[in-house]
Design a protein around this ligand. Structure first.
Ligand code: ADP
Ligand code: MG
Length: 230
């Protein structure tokens, strides 16, 4: 994976089981976002391939990929001039091509799932950061993707709002959503992840169960990282 001449990811080989939660941890600039963006083809690999259920995403139509892989960002990326309900409906009508009435039914149900039924007619500006992030999660869920990618989705939130969003994500994990989560929340990674991936300088340095990564780190780089963040 590269930006122009800058090669960012080197020899990354990862697999994610259906229904599992993978957390990606590592220092700033280690390539976590680039890896996640690659899974959604926001960045193209120079070589290698990325498969979903055996099918290369590089050969997939963009609309198909948008449908199959959801993404939630640090800064929500909601449309400011649309209500919560409209934000969730838009991908359903535009990408899935659903009729408006059906999109509205699904959008309302997903907003209710994330605890925002009473806020559906608010615009993002009238919602807290935590509520905006819930709208973004509802929007991703509404598409019924096979996997959802989360990139530091609690990093921009006020501390008191972080827990609610993390609990919602933990809940999704329990309900069998396949998730790849870039996070600085080590407690969340330990508690929720099936697989934890530690990246440094564009490489996967170590990957394993939360117990292996947090209680028995093998590489000095991971040991140093954990000593700094825990
Ligand atoms: P992380 O998410 O782990 O902090 P990133 O994937 O954002 O790391 O960045 C990895 C490397 O790629 C860094 O050296 C960063 O400066 C570089 N990089 C990230 N985004 C871009 C971009 N859009 N253009 C050029 N370089 C980038
Ligand atoms: Mg990042």
């Amino acid at each position: 994976m590269a930006y122009g001449e800058l090669d960012v990811l080197k020899g990354v080989d990862l697999s994610v089981k259906p229904g599992s939660v993978t957390c990606i941890i590592g220092p700033s600039g280690s390539g976590k976002s680039t890896l996640l963006r690659g899974l959604n083809r926001l960045v193209e690999p120079k070589s290698g391939d990325i498969l979903i259920d055996g099918e290369s995403i590089l050969a997939m139509k963009p609309e198909t990929l948008r449908r199959r892989v959801g993404m939630v960002f640090q800064h929500f990326n909601l449309f400011p001039d649309h209500t919560a309900l409209e934000n969730v409906m838009l991908s359903l009508t535009k990408i899935k091509g659903l009729p408006k009435a059906e999109a509205e039914r699904i959008a309302k149900a997903r907003l209710a799932d994330v605890g925002l039924a009473s806020r559906q007619h608010h615009r993002p500006g009238g919602l807290s950061g935590g509520q905006q992030q819930r709208v973004a999660i509802a929007r991703a869920l509404a598409m019924e993707p096979e996997v959802i990618l989360f990139d530091e989705v609690t990093s921009a939130l006020d501390p008191e709002l972080v827990k609610g969003v993390l609990n919602l994500m933990a809940d999704l994990g329990t309900r069998g959503m396949t998730m790849v989560v870039v996070t600085h929340e080590m407690g969340f990674a330990r508690r929720v992840a099936d697989q934890v991936v530690f990246m440094d300088e564009g490489r996967v340095v170590e990957a394993g169960t939360p117990e292996a990564i947090f209680d028995n780190p093998q590489s000095p780089r991971l040991q140093r990282f954990l000593a700094e963040v825990l």
